[in-house]
Design a binder for this molecule. Sequence first.
Ligand code: NAD
Ligand code: IPM
Ligand code: MN
Length: 364
Amino acid sequence: MNKQLIMLPGDGVGPEIMESAKVVLNTVASEYGHTFTYHQHAIGGDAIDRYETPLPEETINACKNSDAILLGAVGGSKWDSLPGHMRPEKGLLGIRKTLGLFANLRPVKGFAPLLHTSPLKEEIIKDSDILIIRELTGGLYFGKPSERRDNAVVDTLSYHRSEMERIIDKAFQSARLRNNHLTSVDKANVLESSRLWREIVNEKSKEYPDVTVEHELVDAAAMKLITQPKQFDVMVTENLFGDILSDEASVLTGSLGMLPSASIRSDGVGLYEPVHGSAPDIAGKGVVNPLGMILSVALMLRHSFQLEEEAAKIEKAVNECLEQGYHTADLHIEGGKQVGTKEMTKMVVDHITSNSVSDCICSM
Ligand code: NAD
Ligand code: IPM
Ligand code: MN
């Protein structure tokens, strides 16, 4: 397979984890005979510094012509006082919107060796396996007007029915591929947008009679996510609720640094990035956990290129490293060994290659 990949390292820890992604992809390429060609472009604060805009035209055009996009992270205090439309985050929001990447898949599955590292009780989180599906191109993030007015301010939560229908459809389809249970999260006791959302979920459920549906209000869902996580299979929600709930859900896995994400549209075009941000407090120190990024690479291979075997190999290698006790500073494995970003990446690579050798021996 020969693929053109766009890499958008961005800010803070972004370049460090993008390097890890590249090292892992090079390994997968040589193990499986693929060719991945990388094209690096600017986004976020890095783009502001170099091109005076968080999302240069040439970055947009390159992304449009690529097979898939990997993104590190954007943002940092250096750019925090810029006006809203010039902030690094606008670059990320802009590329999601421009490419129409409306479905954000955020799988939250704990790795067994990390169960005891969560502040939550092991018996609560053991066997939890949730797919959060977050609407990504509508809602409060994009509604107009959004502005200051003398001593007042307005942000707008707006959705077209069709924007709700397509993400809810995606969620039902995803539930069918998993355990046939869908939890729709809204605030229908207060928001008109949530009442339409709930109506559409109920309408659509008739097309998917094999999927059981539950509605939860977002405040209660936030509580149940960390007290009864096993009750969830697929969770679908609008943009802002999904942003907040997914960071919260990362606690089930031991660290925000573990969560990958895929932002896709109906034809499979995708942007892949970890759920966490630019982590300015640890940037440049060589200690950032690269696993959320590496697992995002696995999602890319699976969703954009249908390379299931390669994706599973990366996930297995990650699990094996953790089983052997290797972890970055954001995690603590009892009796394990704390390593930096590069060492952690190297461990994953070693497991990808050594697994291949033993698979080879087994199958001979
Ligand atoms: P953050 O996710 O960057 O960091 C939150 C905390 O988690 C920090 O203590 C950080 O050190 C830690 N952390 C995050 N990822 C980690 C990893 N891989 N390994 C180890 N520790 C990790 O959130 P924040 O501090 O609220 O935001 C910082 C900046 O990042 C802001 O400018 C924000 O807008 C931006 N941001 C960007 C994205 C993105 O690009 N997708 C996502 C969230 C936040
Ligand atoms: C995320 C981030 C972004 C979001 C920010 C940086 C715009 O928090 O990807 O979760 O809110 O979508
Ligand atoms: Mn977020």
